[in-house]
Design a protein around this ligand. Sequence first.
Ligand code: NCD
Length: 304
Amino acid sequence: MRHVISVHDFSVEEIVDVLDRAEDMVAIARGETTSDLLRGRVLACIFFEPSTRTRLSFETAMNRLGGGVIGFAGTQATSVVKGETLADTIRMVSGYADAVVLRHPREGAAKLATEFSGVPIVNAGDGAGQHPTQTLLDLFTIRTEMGRLEGLTISLVGDLRYGRTVHSLAIALSKFGNTINLVSPEGLEMPGEVTSELMAKGMLGKACHSPEEVISDTDILYATRIQKERFPDPVEYERVAGMYRVDPDLLSRGPEGLIVMHPLPRVNEITPEVDGMPQAKYFEQAFNGVPVRMALLSMVIGGK
Ligand code: NCD
């Protein structure tokens, strides 16, 4: 039984294997051809926190492979409001489904869930912890757009403290031999354990507070949202909200071939004028969640 909890669970070879399988899934993901690879199988998507792309792309992936989906988005109509523990919810749901995709506000929740589940748990975001399936689709996007997964300079810009996508992505990129610049407002720097890992691999580039400092030497600008919901103090959020803005002026100072990515949702980190520019890849990135999650489900549930 294979759980997907953290990017640390994947070797470089395994990541490449998922991406190769995802490439084979693109035509099915687009609806150009059909598949019944997971017919008769059931996926549970249980989301204790808001989600648009992650939940819907998992559901689409399962449906496109001929399987069925159960679950909930928000706990208000579930027994969680009656006081049911995560452990009991997982025990039960894992009896109804062949795999459980879990999003939860608490860091470590997905790992905890594995202790009570009889089927694979897939971490779809655990608080400010990790978001490994987002990382797989980010890597798929990078490989598709740049033609390679190594020797690139990626600048992660925004809330590096509470943003789980950048925690997982930085670790994975470093495994492939890429330089990572860390750009965040003061107080929202990358957690020490991630930075130490980048340093140990010799993959830490510049750590600074302004995208202007790194833009001329950036292949991929990966912008992220300030994670408002994780701030203990709303005044602190107001201090940093809207601090960074990716706009045509900033991009004009970047090298030829630079691309802009974002896990979405964006609030105001990327101005709408960027959407029509050739550098903008974030909507393709969101679509890539479908073939990548199809590949993952075929491995986790289908045993393929
Ligand atoms: C991200 C998340 O939930 O961590 N969204 C996503 O899954 N694409 C990013 C965010 O919420 O800012």
